[in-house]
Design a protein. Sequence first.
Length: 143
Amino acid sequence: MTHISKKRLTKKTQDGLFTQFVDLTASVKKTEQSKIFEALLTETELIMITKRLAIVLLLLEGRSTYAIAKTLAVSDSTVRLVRGAYRIGHYDSIIAVLRKKSFDRDAFWDTLEKILQCGLPPRGKGRWKWLYELPDKPRFQLK
């Protein structure tokens, strides 16, 4: 869970810092952008942001709250919270980017799948490939 200091920044200062952050990320190459996000955000925060973006994308495609929750392994209340913000136009700027032809949905879904698996073995075809590729000789001798 995130912790925000009780000592609040003024709105002007907060907006200025955010603008500097946006300018920093916009001024570098994509590979450097990912390094900046990985340096500033924890793995949990990266997963949370990625899942929230995936919820918006799935809502845009017309998926049900239940299907989204099960697919992304998030709570139903999280999907409903994002859906409420989606309906009032909170994500309109993100939706505009998602609708562009330059947005690579396949690459996004591939990346999300890797994040969600977090090093788990692949599911489906090829799942037991590692087992079949083991050498025929046993690794230890039974007495």
